[in-house]
Write a protein that binds this ligand. Structure first.
Ligand code: C2E
Ligand code: MG
Ligand code: MG
Ligand code: MG
Length: 285
């Protein structure tokens, strides 16, 4: 039976896989060029409060506009950039752009936070915090800025990243644990982490309507609140999920139901047009 063949101890040469490998390697080589020549773009996706429906922030998500291949989503290069140690230039580029944007917004009276994703590789490097401090000196201030770190990253190297987290928070950044529920958090350790926010991974939000789905998400919301963290649900796509989350007392929502990630200008237009809760009056049910 064909499916059993995967257990055989030999590897079939797959020309497609070889092509993919080459393509990843050449992309990695080009990543530095992309950073240096502004081929990267910041897309923004709103975070809204479930109770008031206000837009309180935006997550910055990188997009690579490749001269030949067009738009490349982060899933196709971030993991490789992390493994090969090339993520730093990208992280600092994103942070600089977002600090500048946030400063422009503040100058225009727009108080909307911006969250930037930071890789565990960044945190583990003792130089990283110093690099962030130099950015702050020239490009903006951390008040209103959040750094998102994945749960699996933070939990993979707890003691070595703790001092970095503490310093970043002292500088004034909010810290958020991303993709929560997919890593293996020690609850004891979680309660000692200097963080402000917990983002429930999309996979749990997808399963809200399935057996135990609501109970699990509700338990995570409660855990977050016991630890005095703001709780965000990511990947909210349906009105049904919105209703559940409201009932479960989740604080913030992010997902296609509200808006997809957009280029900065489009996000600003979207904000100015005003957003309203896309659900009927029954939200208090
Ligand atoms: P993430 O930080 O968990 O970001 C959320 C991802 O979920 C984004 O994918 C976003 O477009 C997607 N998403 C948001 N709402 C929905 C929804 O309702 N349904 C579905 N199906 N998806 C939704 P994206 O932009 O492709 O980014 C994927 C991941 O790549 C991010 O996951 C993050 O881990 C990483 N990433 C993106 N930008 C950066 C960056 O600048 N630096 C680093 N280190 N990582 C980044
Ligand atoms: Mg994130
Ligand atoms: Mg996430
Ligand atoms: Mg996620």
């Amino acid at each position: 039976y064909i499916a059993k063949r995967t257990h055989l101890p030999f590897v079939v040469y797959d020309p497609q896989q070889e092509e993919n490998r080459k393509s990843v390697l050449s992309l990695l080589g080009e990543l530095k060029t992309a950073v240096d020549h502004d081929q990267l773009a910041v897309f923004l996706q709103p975070k809204v409060s479930l109770r008031a429906g206000h837009v309180v922030g935006a997550e910055a998500l990188v997009r690579w506009c490749h001269p030949e291949r067009g738009w490349i989503p982060p899933g196709q290069f971030i993991p490789f950039a992390e493994q090969s140690g090339r993520i730093r230039g990208l992280t600092l580029w994103m942070l600089r752009r977002c600090l500048e944007l946030h400063a422009q917004w503040l100058a225009r009276g727009r108080e909307i936070g911006i969250a930037v994703n930071v890789s565990i590789n960044d945190l583990e490097d003792p130089q990283f915090v110093g690099q962030v401090e130099s950015l702050l000196a020239r490009h903006g201030q951390p008040h209103g800025m959040t750094l998102e770190l994945t749960e699996s990253g933070v939990m993979s190297a707890p003691s070595s990243v703790l001092p970095a987290l503490e310093r970043l928070r002292q500088l004034g950044f909010r810290l958020s644990i991303d993709d929560f529920g997919t890593g293996y958090s020690s609850l004891a350790y979680l309660s000692k982490l200097p963080v402000d926010e917990l983002k429930i991974d999309r996979s749990f939000i997808n399963e809200l309507e399935q057996a135990h789905g609501e109970g699990i998400v509700g338990a995570v919301v409660e855990l977050g609140h016991v630890l005095r963290l703001a709780v965000v649900a990511e990947g909210v796509e349906t009105e049904a999920a919105w209703h559940y989350l409201r009932r479960l007392d989740c604080d913030l929502v992010q997902g296609f139901l509200v808006a997809k990630p957009m280029p900065i200008e489009e996000f600003e237009t979207w904000l100015e047009q005003g957003w309203s809760i896309p659900v009927a009056d029954s939200i208090d049910g």
